[in-house]
Design a binder for this molecule. Structure first.
Ligand SMILES: C[S@@+](CC[C@H](N)C(=O)[O-])C[C@H]1O[C@@H](n2cnc3c(N)ncnc32)[C@H](O)[C@@H]1O
Ligand SMILES: Nc1nc2[nH]cc(C(=O)O)c2c(=O)[nH]1
Ligand code: SF4
Ligand SMILES: [Mg+2]
Length: 236
């Protein structure tokens, strides 16, 4: 079967994470992922038990929904998931850019695609030890190569604990020229449960105090702004 496998399209909202934080954005969340991070906050787009809620859509249908939600205002479209890199977004990106839209993509860096080079922002988010996944660095390097035509490529690493933090420092040493964003992990990912704002704030403070105490000035440390505002609510 052809077409794009889409879990949800929503917005406009603000980008809540990383380099484009605060930017008006429409999200296209794809269905399906080659990883199973233990703390994934988007399991509805990952676990095949939710497959029946994913839609097969043509590029034209996805584009129509983006223009409807954005009311024709050319803003930033973020391709997320799941892993958007297991699908083909060449035509959607070309169509949107013709109309003045910008495209970002969030991926873990396990699958490289030629269309990475067409992006405005490629966000590579390699998974730390706490995720339970192991990075294939050859595949990750291939993603960086594929993204060389993109306007910018940035790294975003989720930190839950000391081991993740030490790992992030090693990753930073490996890619010294890439802008690096750190965000504390959110352990409360059940959309039916409220988040504990004090716990999120404590995790952010812990991370900020760690980088400042270490004199590690390369990364920017940011919260998940959308989680502070809306908890684990979907579609924001
Ligand atoms: C849901 S993922 C989808 C894109 C892609 N699969 C990836 O992981 O980069 C989007 C972003 O959310 C982050 N993320 C997922 N679960 C999280 C959690 N519990 N706390 C903090 N960030 C999380 C991921 O690391 C990634 O940067
Ligand atoms: N507002 C908002 N910002 C986000 N940044 C990354 C998200 C994602 O789940 O990929 C996300 C999301 O789902 N909502
Ligand atoms: S790679 Fe991304 S979408 Fe896939 S399980 Fe991990 S956090 Fe979730
Ligand atoms: Mg998310």
């Amino acid at each position: 079967m052809t077409g794009l496998r889409i879990a949800e399209i929503f917005g406009p909202t603000i980008q809540g994470e990383g380099a484009l934080i605060g930017e008006p954005t429409v999200f296209v969340r794809t269905g399906g992922c080659d990883y199973r991070c233990v703390w994934c906050d988007s399991l509805h787009a990952v676990d095949p038990v939710h497959r029946q809620s994913w839609a097969r859509m043509t590029t034209d249908q996805v584009w129509a929904e983006i223009t409807r939600l954005s009311r024709g205002n050319p803003l930033t479209v973020s391709l997320s998931g799941g892993n958007p890199a297991i699908q083909d977004f060449t035509a959607l990106i070309a169509r949107g850019q013709q109309a003045g839209y910008r495209f970002a993509c969030e991926t873990q860096g396990s699958v490289a695609k030629p269309w990475f080079g067409d992006l405005d922002t490629l966000v590579l988010s390699p998974k730390p030890p706490s995720s339970g996944e192991t990075v294939d660095w050859d595949a990750f390097d291939a993603c960086i190569m594929a993204g060389q035509g993109a306007v910018q490529t940035v790294l975003k690493i989720v930190i839950f604990d000391d081991a993740d933090y030490a790992w992030a420092q090693q990753v930073a040493a490996r890619f010294p020229t890439l802008p690096l964003y750190l965000q504390p992990g959110n352990p409360q990912v059940d959309p039916a449960q409220p988040v504990d704002p004090q716990d999120l704030s404590d995790r952010l403070l812990w991370l900020v105090e760690k980088v400042t105490a270490d004199g590690w000035f390369a990364p920017r440390v940011l919260p998940q702004l959308h989680v502070l505002l809306w908890g684990n609510k979907r579609g924001v």
